[in-house]
Design a protein around this ligand. Structure first.
Ligand code: FEO
Length: 384
């Protein structure tokens, strides 16, 4: 796929992957992008997952048109991009591997060799001339591994942005960018907001017309939509007004409470209410929504004198991604000794700028008039 007359995406679509990175559902598959820059010197940016080495090398050979690569620029060592490095290095034995110094021990760990005799380390601001254009390297530690670099070509106004601005889904999937880019961002990079902010500051100083990420489509034209979403996500801002109600339910009573709360919110004109049954939803969707909206209600049952397992896992996902700047309401259920609100609150403790509602709803087994009153009070408070 041609990006400009001299830049090609020679990547592959993976429609066979069941769980990306061992945990994310990708019903529309995954794209592993890889780029070829044809100049006096020829550079390849990143490889693809090892199962696709064959088709990727074919794409490369076809786009090369008889030329030979001089450089393999390794922006990221995670195996979805580094998996075919060995295949490339043995197919093109004269090529030099260009990467950050932090990538070299990873090469040794993954492949048992670090190509010490044919490699070049680059760091912040280093340049690589291809003849007609000069590439500049930008370090992007923890976006999303420590060794990550991005590559900027001023002549093309292109930023090769590694994992940043990527999304789930193969390139032939017909789906909007925002939703699957958001689920990807919070699933994979969500913890590293400050590091993403640091890279956005560097990018703001560049003249960028096109973003070439390692997953998902090439982004071009007005980039402000993508840049402002990344700014919002990485600063843990509120993207959309609304309330997410995440619940678990054993026999349906807590579910009824969650649904009643949704009705109370809608009655009061809440712009959006999103319900997630944590035992059945894609957890990454629930995580994405918790970070998208400004208010979150957690509703769960007391279980083994603590909280229900799916709720525990959900809160753990939020915590490890530095969940912050949100209003949180709690709904607990317990048939003899309700403990769930205390358990949820203590799991969230220490979260930056988390504000708990004054109302905590308590069910003693099933919804009754008192529960309805408490749910209405919680809705009222959330709408203030
Ligand atoms: Fe797409 Fe962090 O690998």
């Amino acid at each position: 796929m041609q990006i400009t007359s001299t830049i090609h995406n020679i990547g592959v679509n993976d429609r066979a992957v069941d769980l990306f990175e061992g945990q994310y559902r990708v019903p529309n598959g995954m794209a592993y992008n890889s780029y070829l820059i044809l100049d006096e010197k020829v550079a390849v940016l990143d490889t693809v997952e090892q199962n696709f080495a064959g088709p990727w090398l074919e794409n490369l050979a076809a786009a090369l048109g008889g030329k030979t690569p001089d450089y393999l620029i390794v922006q990221h060592m995670e195996p979805d991009h580094s998996g075919s490095i060995q295949a490339f290095m043995s197919t093109y034995p004269q090529a030099v591997l260009v990467a950050s110094a932090k990538a070299f021990p990873m090469l040794a760990n993954f492949f048992g060799e670090d190509f010490a005799h044919r490699r070049q380390a680059v760091g912040e601001g280093d340049r690589l001339s291809l003849g007609g254009r000069e590439l500049t390297f930008i370090t992007a530690p923890m976006v999303h591994w420590p060794e990550v670099i991005m590559t900027y070509s001023p002549a093309d106004r292109v930023l090769f942005s590694a994992d940043a601005f990527g999304k789930f889904g193969a390139l032939d999937a017909d789906e909007e960018w925002d939703c699957e880019a958001r689920r990807y961002y919070f699933g994979i990079v969500g913890k590293y907001g400050p590091q993403v902010q640091a890279v956005l500051k560097k990018a703001a100083a560049l003249d960028i017309g096109t973003l070439c990420p390692l997953h998902g489509p090439t982004l071009t034209g007005d980039l402000s939509h993508y840049l402002s979403l990344y700014d919002c996500w990485s600063s843990y801002g509120v993207e959309s007004e609304g309330v997410v109600i995440a619940f678990t339910s054993v026999y349906g009573h807590t579910r009824i409470a969650a649904q009643l709360l949704a009705q109370e919110l809608e009655k009061r004109g809440c712009p959006k209410v999103v319900l997630h049954d944590l035992a059945r939803t894609d957890l990454a969707e629930a995580v994405e929504d918790a970070f998208r909206y400004g208010k979150l209600v957690l509703a769960t049952t007391t279980y083994n004198a603590d909280i229900f397992p799916f709720m525990r896992e959900f809160i753990q996902h939020l915590k490890e991604r530095n969940f912050q700047n949100r209003t949180v309401g709690l709904v607990e259920n317990g048939s003899w000794a309700p403990m769930a609100a205390k358990g949820m609150r203590s799991l969230l403790e220490g979260g930056k700028n988390l504000r708990f509602t004054e109302t905590t709803v308590r069910l003693l087994s099933a919804v009754n008039e008192e529960t309805r009153r408490q749910l209405a009070a919680l809705a009222e408070e959330l709408m203030q």
